[in-house]
Design a binder for this molecule. Sequence first.
Ligand SMILES: Cc1cc2nc3c(=O)[nH]c(=O)nc-3n(C[C@H](O)[C@H](O)[C@H](O)COP(=O)(O)OP(=O)(O)OC[C@H]3O[C@@H](n4cnc5c(N)ncnc54)[C@H](O)[C@@H]3O)c2cc1C
Length: 409
Amino acid sequence: MTVETIDTLIIGAGQAGLAMSEHLCSAGVPHLVLERNRIAERWRSERWDSLVANGPAWHDRFPTRSFDDIDPDGFAGKDSIVSYLEAHAQHFGAPVRCGVEVTALRRKPDGSGFIAETSEGVFEARNVVSATGPFQKPVIPALVPDDSGVAQIHSSSYRNPAQLADGGVLVIGAGSSGVQIADELARAGRKVYLAVGPHNRPPRSYRGKDFVWWLGALGLWDVKANDPALEHVTIAVSGARGGHTVDFRELAAQGITLVGRAQSYESGVLHFADDLAKNIAMGDADYLSVLDAADAHIAREGLDFPEEPQARIIGPEPDCVKNPILDLDLAEAGVTSIIWATGYVLDFGWLKFDVMDEKGRPAHSRGVSAVPGFYFLGLAWLSRRASPFIWGVWHDAKYLAEQIAARQG
Ligand SMILES: Cc1cc2nc3c(=O)[nH]c(=O)nc-3n(C[C@H](O)[C@H](O)[C@H](O)COP(=O)(O)OP(=O)(O)OC[C@H]3O[C@@H](n4cnc5c(N)ncnc54)[C@H](O)[C@@H]3O)c2cc1C
């Protein structure tokens, strides 16, 4: 059996693996990126056709490369993101080997490095960076049985309205994926129900600046760790149709029936929590708090930004919020499909040594684990709020490259 030896192995060639490779190239650290499929695979095969970036192109990018086919204030489509990442990898000569899956990673018995078993043989490395993604394994709660007669898919498998059987659709989860998919289905003429849990729904832009700009100005990209109280609060933003604020009143006006959190299922009937009005009110409060923080910043800094009083007008509650449906007979309502926009969990089944905390989550400090030479990159809140995003991961990768280069010394 041949064993290939390399100083540093990066697992995964999404934006995180490529950012890591770029910095290791700059630092002159010999390395190899192993990718089980293709560069930027998740953007190719785990996103819906019409998906665009949640942030404008001036922001959702590496600091070292701009999009050449998108206006900086525009929102890159998923295919543009793939081309962008591929072109960047080619530009700096990222040593990526595609079609190689890491099936097991073990520590060498003497602690001097790692042995990776892969679909293409064995690799030995002194350092390993796991860049296998913040959103790895789709989660579908075990609520509706498979034999319910309703087709069920996760948002990662949704492509476009034509893919679904004729009939109504229940979208469960109102984060960025759920609201965008529900909106697309309603525009395609489908009857849509949207189950809305606790969420934040910041303004797309306010007083002339995009939300991602405000996150920067207010120092919120740098927030260190998520507030555990808000752990289950999703964020609903959209770059679709040129970018707009997610407004559940507008979705309702468009014909989407909003319902509360899906709670249980029995004999063809889905039961929803009586929390819709509360969740909508919480989203409104979050929205207004961003406006307040932005206004305070403008006043503090003496900035000459245009006033936008109309942004504070919140319309009346739609009927479906005032009189929420608590039980929905799916067959009677003509619902033939359920789309679960309920997020992802991590999956480190290939990691064969203990590097997790007591709750089974990756244990690290800014991506540096307690196992010498092993690093995590691209995880949510790895170092701060920006960590899983295209722009943020580049900065986290820079820090890890410095740690790895220091080990070289
Ligand atoms: C619907 C959706 C929309 C998003 N929109 C945005 C956005 O607009 N802007 C933004 O900045 N972020 C966005 N994100 C967040 C984030 O940018 C993406 O999740 C992005 O794909 C993360 O990149 P990554 O490189 O960290 O991980 P991934 O893209 O998940 O890449 C990991 C790679 O590792 C490979 N891999 C996994 N296991 C192995 C193994 N054992 N061996 C070899 N290879 C392996 C996978 O094939 C994959 O290619 C979005 C996320 C989702 C889910």
